[in-house]
Design a protein around this ligand. Structure first.
Ligand code: SF4
Length: 363
């Protein structure tokens, strides 16, 4: 799906950044409106349509991020194992519309898609942090509140991030996506500390639950090209959605993955079962007719999120992990947002005893 906003709002100060000019040049026929009071505009837009959140995906706000960009991943919560991941949020909201997306709840009634254009400030901040702590290994992702590459044709952040990270030896950048928008990446060429990650699911699930995203085949072809271009590849089986026959469906995905990608090009594989806050159930039912998210029994965990029952999760992780390990014993497979008990049951150990993952995990 090609992203084309219906309107572009420009907040005070955003007009002075070169990225704003680059974005506006890409959309000469889209109305661009300078706004003085962003909050008043947002309040007004909230009153306009029934599906405020869905409509907001087409209204682009160019803004300046105020404060520190780099933050510890907020995914960690009570009872869960932390993977020492940092996030920078360059975009808030997503052009895609996955039925299970937590943003529907997290950004409920948010009527816009915001892109922060002061990317020079971000690079200055990262440079200062990485230089100050040369002995530390930073792992930084841009895909917490958006898909890292979905808007790359419209907002070319990779033009700034890739050259910057290529020069930083103590930091790894992860671009996490369900897209095939890799043209900018290929122009720059890869590096060992830049990981392009794809979230994978069986095509049937992609077609039903991941609206607007690239097909499985397109994602794997994009991953193959990135591998050829020297990027490291990450894979996220997340969210794992269970349905009758899921084992065969995921085995087919794993087969297709390793037809496209060599295990040696894969930096990490994460497994994360479907999890949701209570509010999401109602929202997903209203916004995504025919979704099959809530098949099976879910239980509320210590962090307040609902997940499949622990034995069901353990079984799914074990099956999937074994599918990967059969392809290569050397693959780093970790669990995302899981408890120590599930980690131990699935892998037989906690990440402190795995040399490669130990760089990242904090117990
Ligand atoms: S790609 Fe990610 S951020 Fe975008 S809608 Fe899907 S789950 Fe949400």
């Amino acid at each position: 799906m090609e992203f084309k906003p219906e309107i572009i709002y420009i907040e005070p100060g955003a007009e002075n950044h070169s990225l704003t000019g680059e974005i506006l040049r890409r959309f000469p026929n889209v109305p661009a409106v300078a706004i003085e009071d962003a909050e008043a505009v947002v309040d007004e837009l909230k009153r306009t349509r029934a599906d405020v959140f869905g409509a907001g995906k087409k209204r682009l706000v160019l803004s300046r991020f105020k404060g520190a960009f780099l933050r510890k991943c907020p995914g960690i919560s009570k009872g869960m194992v932390c993977c020492n991941y940092y996030v920078v949020n360059l975009i808030k909201n997503c052009a895609y519309d996955c039925s299970y997306c937590f943003l529907q709840d997290f950004l409920e009634n948010n009527p816009v898609l915001t892109a922060f254009v002061n990317v020079e400030d971000l690079l200055r901040e990262l440079d200062a942090v990485f230089t100050e702590c040369p002995e530390r290994a930073f792992r930084v992702g841009t895909g917490e509140l958006t898909d890292s590459l979905a808007l790359e044709d419209a907002i070319p952040y990779a033009d700034y991030l890739v050259p910057f990270f290529k020069e930083r030896k103590n930091a790894t950048l992860e671009l996490k996506t369900k897209s095939a928008r890799i043209e900018n990446l290929l122009r720059h060429g890869g590096a060992d500390n830049i990981v392009v990650s794809w979230s994978l699911n069986p095509q049937e699930t992609i077609g039903r639950e991941e609206k607007g995203t690239a097909s499985l085949e397109e994602r794997l072809e994009a991953a193959r090209k990135c591998q050829e271009s020297g990027f490291r590849i990450g894979v996220h089986f997340d969210p794992i959605l269970l349905f009758p026959g899921w084992e065969t469906a995921y085995e087919e995905v794993v087969d297709a993955l390793f037809r496209a990608i060599s295990p040696s090009a894969i930096e990490w594989i994460s497994l994360g079962s479907f999890r949701f806050r209570a509010n999401l159930k109602q929202i997903a039912r209203e916004r995504h007719e025919g979704n099959k998210l809530f098949i099976g029994e879910h239980v509320q965990c210590e962090d307040g999120k609902f997940r499949y029952l622990r034995p069901v999760r353990n079984r799914a992780y074990e099956i999937l992990r074994n599918m990967m390990k059969r392809r290569s014993r050397d693959l780093s497979v970790y669990l995302c947002m899981e408890t120590k008990e599930v980690w131990e049951k699935t892998t037989g150990k906690l990440p402190r005893s795995d040399e490669k993952l130990d760089q990242f995990f904090d117990l």
